[in-house]
Ligand binder design. Structure first.
Ligand code: AMO
Length: 431
């Protein structure tokens, strides 16, 4: 074999007794009498490298990046039964002294400090595991939707209007015009359904200028958006969300067991997801928990109580809350046929926290214009969106899941920032 070709730690087994080249990070280095031990880490695992006296003279800082050449042997001295007997160590990039001890099983460092030193903290096994799972979550989600005939779309994040009808938009100057950062691909996903794709999804960042510096809000997050054409009713949308979550959770269980073990997380099998109307939820809160809800919505406290109610009653971590009133849902939401004060919309709560909003949309242009007016919005300002209904858009509906929100809940993280490699909040713009 060519001597400079890198071998990954997970592939070493094929080279017993041979000289190989490994590259990675120095997880630990220690001296025991005349012999030095370097614990090397790459993206596939760890291996002990044994240094004879000469190389021991090299002073290597923990977390430096090295190339190690040596003979791969079986041994009974290590837990995994193998080690590398080193012939040469080359430092490829030297680390400065570390701002905190990274080689602990559990890091006892404040979140801000971890985020300030993100490239280092991401090297920790438990933190690293979060983002391997994030990647597989998106992969499972995508795989299911593609199988179901969805097309992945990519829509602009520089837009001329906020899509959610409210405030919370970042405004900036775009060649002497006012522009906004997209709060949601809402309008565009509907337009792509109308453009003939029927079933679309998008996975992309969205921006919310809310001043909530809370443990579950970010100012930039990844939205998993789905939109389905030719639906009969909003139940089909909820059914699709249930199925995509079932598949994605199963996918993670199958592909991320190592990372789940590191985080000590059990991924549940999702069976049926119970449903209750918002009115029922509010009634329960009043009767059982003596809690008042804000008009037409649940607050954080209410979501928590409903979360524990469904867990106890149905053994489910999830619950769909349906039929929100028109007053609290965006202008594109389909009114309910039996009670036009209500809408065919829903939120999905997971472990007592909202992770999704969705619903059926208005698909007739005249009705849509009236709905904008009713909300006190000027339809002319949304002309491009409204115009796209002129050539017919099928009955449709969809939903959006906040990626960091669902990951935070799945992995029992205490703060949404832990589920973002480089979070953006009111105070944080770097790294
Ligand atoms: P909504 O505004 O409710 O709906 O957002 C959908 C989901 O996105 C997540 N989310 C957030 N995550 C982190 N930080 C935030 N500031 C934040 N705000 C929202 C939540 C939430 O449930 N267009 C509709 C969706 C649709 O109807 O298809 C929308 O964007 O998990």
């Amino acid at each position: 074999m060519e001597s400079s070709k890198r071998v990954l730690i997970s592939e070493c087994e094929q080279f017993i007794g041979e000289e190989i080249v490994l590259k990675g990070w120095v997880k630990k280095i220690r001296q025991l009498g005349k012999v030095g031990f370097l614990l090397l880490r790459d993206r596939t695992g760890l291996i002990q490298c044994v240094l004879e006296q000469e190389q021991n003279q090299v002073k290597i800082e923990t977390e430096s990046i090295v190339q190690v050449t040596g003979t791969f042997v079986k041994t009974d001295k290590t837990a995994n039964g193998v080690e590398l007997q080193v012939n040469e160590v080359l430092v490829l990039a030297e680390a400065d002294p570390l701002p905190f001890e990274i080689n602990k099983k559990k890091l006892n460092v404040g979140l801000d400090h971890l985020l300030n030193n993100r490239v280092l903290s991401l090297r920790h096994e438990q933190i690293n595991a979060i983002f391997s799972i994030q990647s597989m979550f998106v992969k499972g989600f995508t795989e299911f939707l593609i199988k179901e005939g969805f097309t992945q779309i990519f829509t602009p994040k520089i837009v001329s209007q906020g899509a959610e009808g409210g405030a919370n938009v970042f405004t900036f100057n775009y060649f002497d015009k006012n522009a906004y950062l997209a709060q949601s691909p809402q309008f565009y996903k509907q337009m792509m359904v109308g453009a003939g794709f029927e079933r679309v999804f998008e996975i992309a960042p969205v921006y919310r200028a809310e001043e909530h510096n809370s443990s579950r809000h970010l100012n930039e997050y990844i939205s998993l958006d789905v939109e389905i054409g030719f639906i009969e009713n909003v139940d089909e949308v909820m059914e699709m969300e249930k199925q995509v979550l079932q598949y994605t959770y199963h996918y993670i269980k199958k592909h991320c067991q190592k990372q789940l073990d590191v985080l000590q997380v059990e991924v549940p099998v999702i069976n049926d997801i119970p449903k209750m109307t918002l009115a029922e939820a509010q009634q329960l809160l009043k009767e059982i928990y003596q809690k008042e809800s804000p008009e037409g919505d649940l607050n954080t406290e209410g979501e928590k109580c409903i979360g524990s109610y469904v867990k106890e009653k149905y053994g489910s971590d999830f619950v769909f809350i349906t039929n929100y009133p028109r007053a609290t849902r965006p202008m594109y939401t389909m009114p309910n046929k039996e009670n036009p004060e209500l809408t065919d919309s829903f939120d999905l709560l997971y472990k007592g926290s909202e992770i999704t909003s969705g619903g059926q949309r208005i698909h007739h242009q005249t009705e849509l214009i009236a709905s904008f007016r009713e909300k006190g919005l000027n339809p002319n300002e949304f002309k491009a969106y409204i115009d796209s209904f002129a050539y017919g858009i099928p009955p449709h509906g969809g939903f959006a899941i906040g990626l960091e929100r669902i990951l935070m809940k799945l992995l029992n993280l205490g703060n949404i920032r832990e589920a973002s490699a480089f979070p953006r909040d009111c105070d944080r713009l770097i790294p």
